[in-house]
Design a protein around this ligand. Structure first.
Ligand SMILES: [Zn+2]
Length: 150
């Protein structure tokens, strides 16, 4: 039988900047802990990469977007005009989102957070997870329909 010697756990806070990598021995005792830096992708990369499947969407392909509203009490102003990691606790996945500037049309339209998607299929999957995501419930208030992204 295969014996798992080390189990590594990667922890990422909402900030996404510092992740801790903890190694456990077979008795589940933490033997090593080091902080690793999570690389923050550039805005352009997040805008051209499907947040769900990671597919790089070329210039000639259609982009889809999913807008979401944050909970009013959550302050995401430091991410304004940039990218923000969102941890989907129920599926153990961290995806990147775009936070439009507060004076942008998207924001006035009630979209505080935008997700880039390669297809409606990926959008459906993301929206399904968002619906059941209790961890995300701290941030997302509602997610609206999937449509073309300019
Ligand atoms: Zn996709």
């Amino acid at each position: 039988m295969f014996l798992l010697k080390y189990i590594s756990l990667y922890e990422c806070d909402l900030d996404g900047k510092i992740s801790a990598c903890v190694k456990y021995d077979k008795d589940r005792k933490a033997i090593q802990m080091k902080k690793i830096k999570r690389k923050k992708p550039k805005l352009k990369k997040v805008m051209t990469t499907c947040c769900w499947c990671g597919f790089h969407i070329g210039d000639n392909r259609e982009l889809f977007g999913l807008g979401a509203r944050k909970r009013p009490e959550i302050d995401i102003s430091k991410y304004q005009g940039g990218v923000m990691p969102i941890r989907l606790a129920t599926i153990d996945k961290t995806i990147w989102s775009i936070v439009p500037r507060f004076d942008s049309d998207a924001c006035k339209d009630g979209k505080d957070i935008m997700f880039t998607l390669c297809s409606e299929a990926c959008g459906e999957k993301l929206r399904d997870v968002l619906k059941y995501e209790t961890e995300l419930g701290k941030i997302i208030y509602s997610a609206d329909s999937i449509g073309p992204l300019q």
